[in-house]
Each structure stands twice: as structure tokens, then as C-alpha cells.
Design a protein around this ligand. Structure first.
Ligand code: G3I
Length: 432
């Protein structure tokens, strides 16, 4: 297999998840801190798993975490207490999630791990019209992200007039299948309705952003586990995360500067004191310019006491984004988690179009990257960006080089049968 130790620059020619131009700068840090802990004990046999990890910000008291479970023969885990940071808390022991001894679905493997880990999928309204799609989605996952239906242009197509039908359909289906939901996404430069893109001036933009966050979070409150509060606020010269990282121009950044980030999280926390609040981005999966920039950006937020709970690493591997080996992903996730944040793989797929990622590499990536997350207790979820190859966004995205062909990027084929990629993910979740 071709070795790709660091984020590999695949091509500088594409704008995948959105392109833009230039921008401003990051932010400065203040006081406060975050601390976290993962204390873990594992035994044999038993059932249920509970875990809680709370992070304190702004100098608050550190954290607690408790995990108690048995995973049918799993053993031993080190445990640690404490946490670093401006408040109390000590050093930070950690580590090692204990896998289930066996599982027949990915969902079961995630639920029986100690601590458990959410197994997610991007779900589309169209997909829910297909019985096979629904069956596989509910059997294998317990965490749902709406692929498009909760974006600004879908839920607030006209200023101040909300439209909930498509989003409610997905959220209600998820809840009825005992799945958690991640709201995606509150503040993003892309898929904005025309009226929002035309806003200008700090007052107008702040008012619209506040109304949107309050309206959407208010509607879904109590049905949502977590939110992508801000999505893709940083760009580099290449969509692979290399070169000149900077804040992305957008209606939000242009009017409010860096402070739109803090503001979005503060409004979100006012609206929902318990939902997990995440920053989410692509091509920050391993160690590269963009990941370094985002690391400093969220570190500053943590130090200022901004209520951010975690970071989503999209993990779109292959064109048009980056490649990232398991060891680098692990090192990268770990450094973010050591800020006291949860980390997640939030949109994983591995594009095979144009053979830039070979079949063999794809299998190794699926295994090693999922394993990198799994072994970190603070990596709380792994979401795949779709259910089956035939419905992947990559098939029709010009930068993905598929030209309408299947990207072969996911865990199930067009007939909803498990692929070898599925087996690699299962292996990683079972510690094999
Ligand atoms: O809904 C319209 C439909 O009315 C129209 O006939 C059709 C014609 O092209 O377009 C439809 O909209 C498309 C939409 O998906 C819904 O299918 C858009 O053209 C298309 O651009 C849009 O693509 C989505 C993309 O985000 C937009 O940025 C993908 O489905 C979705 O998978 C993708 O998801 C993003 C995440 O939200 C953020 N991270 C990257 C990820 C992949 O790009």
C-alpha cells in the first residue's frame, strides 16, 4: 500500500466543500480553561454502559467522567483523573476504550464499547423513501446527521419564516429509532438562501444569525444531542488543507470579523444549556496547515471560556480533500482532546474515483482511521457521510472526479450489501 504519512496534497484544483478567497486572522486567548478527565474501569460480563464527560470552561472546575460497564469479556483499562486547565483538575490520565467482545452490527459494537461510541450516518430525506435504506440506516447506526435538510436554505428560506417539514421528517424518524441527532449546521457560508447572502453590516448580520440560531435550536430542543454550531470557517489555498490558512470570507466573517465564531457559540449555549456544541471542518483530519490553524483557533476559544464542547473532523478522504494516515489522525485527534474537547469523525467517506486512493489503501484507511478514533475515549462518535455508494454526494460533485460514476466511498453497495470496507470498520470497533 502506498504510504501516506502526512496529509497528502492530492490536487490544488478543486473546491469541494466550498471555496473562497482570502480572509482575516484567528483570535487571541484570554483566561479560563477547560479540563477533562476520562476515568474508566471495565469489567467482564455486565450490561449497560454509561459515560459522562463534562468539560468546564472559563476557569470552571474540571471534569468528571465515569464509566462503568462490562463488555462481555473485555478487560482492563487504565484510568485517570484530573484534567488541566484554569480551574481545578489535575493532570490527565486516560485512556483506551474497551471494545465489545462481539457485535453483529456497527451500532451494537458502538453501544457495547466502554465507553460507548456513537455510530452515525448522514441521512437524506430521499433515502428515507427507500425501505432498504431505512433498514440498514437504523440497524447499523445510532446517530443521525441530516445531509441537507437542516441547513439554512432549507429551514429558513425566507427571512424569519421557518420551514420544518423536511428536517422534522428526519429528526422524528431518528428519534423513533432511538437514535441521537446532530443538528447540521447553524452557521455556514454555504447553502445560504439569497436573502441571507445579501445581508450586510454588523447589526443586520448579528440579528439574523441570532434569530436563526434561536429559531432552529428552539424548534428542535430536546430532540437534539449535539450541534455543528459553526461549519468550515477556515480555508487554505488548497482544499487539501495546505497553504496559507486563514478565516474564510463569508457574510458572517465579513460583517463581524473573528467574533462571529464566539458569538455563535454563546448564542447557542444560551438557547440550549445541555446540547453538545461543536466546530466542524474538512481537511483538518491529520497534521497540516489547516489543522494547525484550527487547533490554535479552538484553543483560543477554550481559553476565553467560549462554550465549545468539541471539534468534528469531517474525514472526507480522497479527492477533492485530503488523505490522512491513521497515525497522523490519532496524533491530531489526541492534541485536540487534550484541550479538554470531545472529538468526532463527523462526515467520513473515502473516494475511489480516479484511483487516487486504491482499493487496498481504502481498506487500510477505513480500519486505521476508525481505530485511531476508537482508542481515544474522548472521540465520541464516528459518522459516515451516507449509507450506500449509489447515493454518495461525491458521485456528482465535480471536484470528486467521479463524473456520475459511483465513488465506491462508503460501507454498503447499491444493493445495500455490506462491503469489505464495512468489515474493516467492524474490525476496528472490535479492537481487531
Ligand atoms: O435541492 C436541489 C434540487 O432542488 C435541485 O434540482 C438539484 C439540482 O442540482 O440540486 C438540489 O440541491 C443539491 C443538494 O445537495 C441537495 O441534493 C445541491 O445542488 C448540491 O450542491 C447539494 O450538495 C450537498 C453539499 O453538501 C452542498 O455543499 C451534498 O448533498 C451534501 O452531502 C454536502 O454535505 C457537505 C456538508 O454539509 C458539510 N461538509 C462537506 C459535505 C460534503 O460537501
Amino acid at each position: 500500500m502506498r504510504s501516506v504519512p502526512l496529509t497528502l496534497l492530492l490536487s490544488a484544483f478543486l473546491c469541494a466543500t466550498g471555496c473562497s478567497d482570502s480572509g482575516g486572522e484567528g483570535e487571541t486567548g484570554g483566561a479560563g480553561a477547560t479540563s477533562s478527565t476520562a476515568g474508566t474501569t471495565a469489567g467482564t460480563g455486565g450490561a449497560g454502559v454509561t459515560s459522562s464527560v463534562a468539560s468546564g470552561t472559563g476557569g470552571a472546575t474540571g471534569v468528571t467522567s465515569s464509566v462503568a460497564s462490562g463488555t462481555g469479556g473485555a478487560t482492563a483499562v487504565t484510568s485517570g483523573t484530573g484534567g488541566a486547565g484554569g480551574g481545578t483538575g489535575g493532570a490527565g490520565g486516560e485512556e483506551a476504550r474497551v471494545p465489545a467482545a462481539s457485535a453483529s452490527t456497527l451500532r451494537e459494537a458502538g453501544e457495547k464499547a466502554n465507553p460507548p461510541i456513537l455510530i452515525g450516518a448522514a441521512i437524506s430525506g430521499g433515502g428515507l423513501n427507500n425501505n432498504d435504506y431505512k433498514r440498514v440506516a437504523a440497524a447499523e447506526h445510532n446517530y443521525v446527521t441530516a445531509e441537507n435538510e437542516m441547513k439554512w436554505d432549507s429551514v429558513e428560506p425566507n427571512a424569519g419564516q421557518f420551514s420544518w417539514g423536511a428536517a422534522d421528517n428526519i429528526v422524528n424518524w431518528a428519534v423513533s429509532n432511538r437514535m441521537q441527532v446532530k443538528g447540521h449546521t447553524l452557521v455556514w457560508h454555504n447553502q445560504l438562501p439569497g436573502w441571507a447572502n445579501s445581508l450586510s453590516g454588523a447589526t443586520q448580520v448579528e440579528q439574523a444569525m441570532r434569530r436563526h440560531i434561536e429559531g432552529v435550536m428552539g424548534h428542535f430542543k430536546d430532540r437534539i444531542h449535539s450541534w455543528d454550531v459553526v461549519n468550515e470557517a477556515v480555508i487554505t489555498d488548497s482544499d487539501t488543507g495546505v497553504g496559507n490558512p486563514r478565516m474564510r470570507p463569508s457574510v458572517f466573517f465579513n460583517a463581524l470579523g473573528d467574533r462571529f465564531l464566539d458569538l455563535a457559540f454563546e448564542i447557542a449555549r444560551e438557547q440550549d444549556p445541555t446540547a453538545k456544541l461543536y466546530y466542524n471542518d474538512y481537511s483538518i483530519d491529520a497534521l497540516n496547515d489547516k489543522a494547525d490553524y484550527v487547533y490554535e483557533m479552538v484553543k483560543g476559544m477554550v481559553e476565553r471560556g467560549v462554550p465549545i464542547d468539541g471539534v468534528g473532523f469531517q474525514m472526507h478522504i480522497g479527492p477533492p480533500n485530503n488523505e490522512a494516515g491513521g497515525a497522523d489522525v490519532e496524533a491530531n485527534l489526541r492534541r485536540f482532546s487534550e484541550l479538554g474537547l470531545e472529538v468526532l469523525i463527523s462526515e467520513m467517506d473515502i473516494n475511489r474515483c480516479s484511483n487516487q486512493v486504491t482499493a487496498e489503501e481504502q481498506l487500510a484507511y477505513y480500519h486505521d482511521i476508525v481505530a485511531a478514533c476508537f482508542q481515544l475515549p474522548k472521540c465520541v462518535g464516528i459518522t459516515f457521510w451516507g449509507i450506500n455508494d449509489g447515493r454518495s454526494w461525491l458521485n456528482s460533485w465535480s471536484g470528486a472526479l467521479c463524473n456520475g460514476q459511483s465513488s465506491q466511498s462508503l460501507l454498503f453497495n447499491d444493493q445495500y450489501q455490506k462491503k469489505e470496507t464495512y468489515n474493516k470498520v467492524m474490525d476496528a470497533l472490535l479492537g481487531r
